[in-house]
Write a protein that binds this ligand. Structure first.
Ligand code: ATP
Ligand code: MG
Length: 432
C-alpha cells in the first residue's frame, strides 16, 4: 500500500464519491460468510466499510478475525448509503491490518466506575472524542477572547507557601522538608502583576481538596482567571458576559456535529448568545426566593437547592451581586453604597449548573485588609507581600475566576463535571 494519500474520514465523506484511502480503528464490526462490515473511526468521524469475501479470498482468515480497536488502512470506493451510520459507505478494495486488538475491554455499556477505571480507553468513545473537541474549542476561545481585548497571559506559581483561610481544602506538598501547598487561585500573585501589566489572564490548574461529592467539584480543575486595572464591578461583569458569549459562539460555529453526537439541545444555549445576562443583588434574590416560599436568613450563603429554585426562571446565566461582606473572602471590599455587602458577584449558569464564575473588586485599603484578616483569624505577617503590593500606588481593580470544566459541563449538557476533563481527579477517582 505505498504512495497512498490518506485523508480523514470527514474529508472522504465530503468527497462523497470515487476512490479514497482512510486509516483508523475499528469502532464496530460484524461478519457473515460472505461479508465483513466494519465501522471505522478516526479523530474526525466514523464510516461504514464493506469487505466482500470473494475479493479477499487469500486474506479472509485474517479479516474474519478483525475485532474492535484493530487499526487498519483501507482503500476503496466511497458512495452514499442511507443505511450506513454516517450516510456513506466504502466498498473496500485493499486492506492492511496495522495493529491487532483482541477483546477490547469496553464492548457493551459498562457502569460509571468501570468506565472510570478504563478511562485511558474510554477516551476513544464518540462521547469523549466530542467532549474533548469542544473542550479544545472552549480553551482556544478563552485565549482568543482575552488576547483580542489586550490582555497579557501571565503565569503564577503552582506551589505556594499557603493561605490559612482555605486551610481545609489545601493540598499539602513536601517541599524540601517544608510544608507547602498546591495553589487554589492565582489571585494574590495576579494582583502583584496587575500593577505592572494592567490587564492579565491565565488558564491554569487549580487544586482543591474537596471532600464532599458533588457533580460540580473536581480536586484538580482548569481555572480561567483575569485581573484588570481600574475596573469597577460593572466592567468586570461586562468582561465575564462577553467572554461567555464569545466561547458559546465559537462552539456553535465549530462543534455542531459534536453537540449533536452528545444530543445537546442547542436551543438551550441560544438565549445566552442573544440576551443580556440579568444582574441581581443578593438582597433581591432573597426576596424572589421568599415569593417562592423559601426563607433564607440575610447573611447566609445560598445553598444548592436555593440556587436551583432561583435559577428555574432563567434561560441565561445570571449575575448575583453584593453578597454579605461577612461571608466573603478578606480581599472583597465593602460596597460604599451598601456597606453590609461586598463588591462581588457570582455568575450562575442555567440548567442547574450553579456558579461558573466568582469575581470581585479588590480591597486596597491596608487598614481594612488587616481588619478583615484579623477577623478571619489570619496572621498578618503571612500576608506581608499582599499588603506590600497595595502600599505603593494602589488603584481600583478587580478580577474573576471561571471554572473551565463547569463551563464545558454546561455547554455540553453533561450530568457530571468528571466528563468535562480527560482524567478527572476527585476524592474517590484518582487513577488512571
Ligand atoms: P463553589 O461554591 O462552587 O465551591 P467557590 O466559591 O469555591 O465555588 P471560587 O473560589 O470563587 O469558587 O473559584 C472560582 C471558580 O472556580 C468558581 O466559580 C467555579 O466555577 C470554579 N471552581 C471552584 N471550585 C471548583 C472545583 N472544586 N472544581 C471545579 N471548579 C471549581
Ligand atoms: Mg468551593
Amino acid at each position: 500500500m505505498e504512495d497512498k494519500k490518506f485523508i480523514l474520514i470527514e474529508e472522504a465523506i465530503k468527497k462523497g464519491k470515487g476512490k479514497v484511502s482512510v486509516r483508523g480503528w475499528v469502532y464496530r464490526e460484524r461478519g457473515s460468510n460472505e461479508f465483513k462490515f466494519i465501522i471505522l473511526r478516526d479523530a474526525s468521524d466514523i464510516i461504514q466499510c464493506v469487505l466482500e469475501r470473494k475479493k479477499f479470498e487469500r486474506q479472509w482468515k485474517e479479516i474474519d478475525k478483525i475485532q474492535i480497536e484493530t487499526s487498519l488502512k483501507i482503500t476503496g470506493e466511497i458512495k452514499k448509503d442511507k443505511r450506513a451510520p454516517t450516510g456513506y459507505e466504502i466498498n473496500v478494495d485493499e486492506i492492511e491490518i496495522v495493529g491487532k486488538s483482541e477483546n477490547f475491554p469496553i464492548q457493551k455499556t459498562l457502569n460509571e466506575e468501570l468506565l472510570g477505571d478504563r478511562r485511558h480507553l474510554w477516551l476513544r468513545s464518540r462521547k469523549m472524542n466530542s467532549i474533548l473537541k469542544i473542550r479544545s474549542t472552549v480553551i482556544g476561545a478563552l485565549h482568543e477572547y482575552f488576547r483580542s481585548k489586550g490582555f497579557y497571559e501571565f503565569q503564577s506559581p503552582i506551589i505556594i507557601p499557603g493561605g490559612a483561610e482555605e486551610g481545609p481544602t489545601l493540598f499539602e506538598v513536601n517541599y524540601f522538608g517544608r510544608k507547602m501547598y498546591l495553589t487554589q487561585t492565582w489571585q494574590l500573585y495576579a494582583e502583584a502583576a496587575m500593577y505592572s501589566l494592567e490587564k492579565i489572564y491565565c488558564v491554569a490548574p487549580s487544586f482543591r481538596a474537596e471532600k464532599s461529592k458533588t457533580n460540580r467539584h473536581l480536586a484538580e480543575y482548569w481555572h480561567t482567571e483575569m485581573e484588570v486595572a481600574w475596573a469597577d464591578l460593572d466592567e468586570l461583569m461586562d468582561y465575564a458576559e462577553e467572554m461567555i458569549k464569545h466561547v458559546i459562539k465559537r462552539v456553535l460555529e465549530k462543534n455542531r456535529k459534536e453537540l449533536e453526537i452528545l444530543k445537546r439541545d442547542i436551543k438551550k444555549l441560544e438565549p445566552s448568545l442573544k440576551k443580556k445576562f440579568p444582574r441581581i443583588r443578593y438582597d433581591d434574590v432573597l426576596k424572589i426566593l421568599k415569593n417562592k416560599g423559601i426563607n433564607v436568613p440575610w447573611g447566609k450563603d445560598l445553598r444548592t437547592i436555593e440556587e436551583e429554585k432561583f435559577m428555574e426562571d432563567y434561560d441565561t446565566p445570571v449575575f448575583v451581586t453584593n453578597y454579605p461582606k461577612e461571608i466573603m473572602a478578606f480581599y472583597k471590599p465593602r460596597d460604599p453604597k451598601n456597606p453590609k455587602t461586598a463588591l462581588c458577584f457570582d455568575l450562575l449558569a442555567p440548567e442547574n449548573n450553579h456558579e461558573i464564575i466568582g469575581g470581585s473588586v479588590r480591597e486596597t485599603n491596608i487598614e481594612e485588609l488587616k481588619k478583615s484578616l484579623k477577623k478571619k483569624g489570619e496572621k498578618i505577617e503571612d500576608y506581608f507581600y499582599y499588603l506590600d503590593i497595595h502600599s505603593y500606588g494602589a488603584i481600583p481593580h478587580g478580577g474573576f475566576g471561571l471554572g473551565t470544566e463547569r463551563l464545558i459541563k454546561w455547554i455540553c449538557g453533561l450530568d457530571d463535571i468528571k466528563d468535562a476533563i480527560a482524567f478527572p481527579r476527585t476524592i474517590s477517582r484518582w487513577r488512571p
